[in-house]
Write a protein that binds this ligand. Structure first.
Ligand code: SAH
Length: 370
């Protein structure tokens, strides 16, 4: 009997994450602080701890009266995520973290350090409902949306790791954030936009990362792309196109059955016009599936027509998921693809692939853990 007890307590309870300081706007934080019976100026002080000093542990906030620290900890700094594992590769410059959330949900983020920048790849949902067949996260389905604070706290933790020299290369600064981890960011729209604001607002109201250094990657939810264009943010939009024709895209990116290639490209054009930002097109090259020369020509033509100079193609060699019969394209096919896209007047490069040996393709680590 008693041996089954821990199982009861360990059972994942998928549920609403507790409210956290990073869920709140400046005004909401002030109200929350006053509701705790504290003077309003404490709001600014708490925000400085979290966004400025990257500290989420109220017990260490010694400029707060000791008597109120436990209550502040409980009400504004509940523990959102606990690291389950860190995996390092590429000489310690790529670091993947598997986190467990309060309800047992798993999520991943990956920090990649380059000579001139450090980029964090974050998750916007636990799991994903978009069901793209080549993607490990897509195979598992959607667990739940992440809260704003669960998104922001991935960034805070990585910024602290960079500052503290936990990543090879010595202390540094987290400069870029990409929403290319688990989940479809535009399917968790409100929380993602709120998280972008917290990540990019200057301290003490936010983490102070430049909007231009944040990339939101989407399967192509056309109405949400247009809505994002109207937010007055200048984040980079990446669209996971993966093929220029509806027939194949209906299977590679099933949401294409709802919004076609043309509708997605029209929305991307609207985004580019509204923000003045070049749109990135993501294209995972899959051997004998979407890597034919004619598809490269068609891709280049369609993109040039829809977006002119306001587009860049990122080719991603497929990172095969366990059990899949699909594979990356051979190097000569990849080179020919790039050449043909460029010949249509569209810039195109191959994404540097990091973290191959730590299962870094979207969702692979969480899938293994499950
Ligand atoms: N849902 C969003 C963001 C998450 S995935 C989107 O689809 O854009 C980030 C990028 O990784 C997407 O372009 C996605 O299609 C791609 N991706 C997923 N699994 C992959 C794999 N096994 N190999 C290469 N790219 C993959």
């Amino acid at each position: 009997m008693s041996t089954s007890l821990p199982l009861v307590f360990d059972a994942p309870k998928r549920g609403r994450p507790p409210r956290h300081l990073a869920d709140l706007t400046d005004d909401e934080l002030k109200s929350a602080v006053i509701a705790l019976g504290l003077p309003g100026f404490r709001a600014n002080q708490l925000a400085r701890h979290y966004y400025g000093r990257l500290d989420a542990d109220a017990a260490r906030m010694t400029d707060l009266p000791a008597a109120v620290r436990p209550q502040v900890a409980e009400e504004l700094f509940p523990r959102l995520m606990t690291p389950v594992r860190h995996l390092d590769c590429d000489g310690g410059t790529t670091r993947k973290t598997l986190w467990r959330l309060h309800d047992g949900t798993l999520l991943e983020s990956v920090l990649m350090r380059y000579p001139d920048r450090a980029t964090l790849c974050i998750s916007s949902q636990a799991g994903c409902g978009m069901a793209c067949p080549f993607c490990a996260t897509g195979q598992g389905g959607l667990d739940r949306n992440l809260s704003t604070a669960e998104i922001v706290d991935q960034v805070r933790a990585a910024a602290a790791a960079m500052r503290d020299g936990d990543v090879a290369g010595g202390p540094g600064r987290l400069s870029n954030v990409v929403f290319m981890g688990m989940g479809e960011p535009l399917a968790n729209y409100k929380r993602v936009v709120a998280a972008v604001r917290r990540i990019t607002s200057p301290a003490p109201g936010g983490l102070g990362i430049s909007q231009r250094s944040v990339t939101v990657s989407t399967v192509g939810l056309a109405p949400a792309i247009r809505k994002l264009a109207d937010e007055g943010l200048s984040v980079t939009l990446a669209v996971s196109l993966h093929t220029p024709d509806d027939e194949l895209r209906d299977t590679l990116v099933p949401v294409n059955n709802r919004w076609s290639v043309q509708e997605v490209l029209d929305a991307a054009r609207y985004y580019a016009d509204k923000t003045g930002r070049r749109v990135s097109i993501e294209y995972a090259l899959i051997r004998d599936v979407n890597d034919q020369p004619w598809r490269a020509d068609l891709l280049g033509k369609k993109l040039h027509r829809a977006l002119g100079p306001l587009v860049h193609v990122n080719l991603i060699p497929l990172n095969p998921t366990p059990g899949s019969e699909w594979d990356a394209s051979p190097k000569p096919a990849q080179d020919e693809f790039v050449r043909r896209v460029i010949a249509q007047g569209v810039s195109c490069t191959v994404r540097d692939t990091r973290g191959q040996e730590i299962a870094a393709a979207c969702g692979q680590l969480a899938a293994e853990e499950r």
